[in-house]
Design a protein. Sequence first.
Lengths: 112, 116
Amino acid sequence: AQKVTQAQTEISVVEKEDVTLDCVYETRDTTYYLFWYKQPPSGELVFLIRRNSFDEQNEISGRYSWNFQKSTSSFNFTITASQVVDSAVYFCALRGFNKFYFGSGTKLNVKP
Amino acid sequence: GAVVSQHPSRVICKSGTSVKIECRSLDFQATTMFWYRQFPKQSLMLMATSNEGSKATYEQGVEKDKFLINHASLTLSTLTVTSAHPEDSSFYICSASGTGLNTEAFFGQGTRLTVV
């Protein structure tokens, strides 16, 4: 079965704090892709990152970083020095054959 | 990233009428389009997957006669909510993707449907 779990429903931090959003996935596929999307209050989903199952190298993009660990089936997302504009709902997703599986999302509130 | 345009962004319709939502990929050929429904504070619920030129594949529990999906070209898919009722009020989101596992899906802006 394909499944994505985001156990954190909502997180609140104060601006400039670091925050990590957890994502755990289940799949029987040996080849798969993992994604993170951001959904601001406007509703549109914004693509953040794609990672294939053979590449466990961590990635950093500005204040964003991702930690992919196949051993624990996790693909966690860290925002360093959070800003108010980071407030949104973040979705982790798994792409299987012709279908995306989304986690339930984590709502991040960054307070000034 | 690629641009997916969804129209309209908001629509209010009377109960019993039908509403069509368009999803266009503006700068790439979308071999696959996904239609999602999102309830307040919840995740995206996949309604159906459509491949260009083929009939859509509906998820379990989604009425295909109520939610008509057409994907006649590589740049356009439409979702028609037929005989809409207040319980159909929701946020509908389309996404477009190329073939292959390594292609991300690009999302439209979403359509807020309110049935009165």
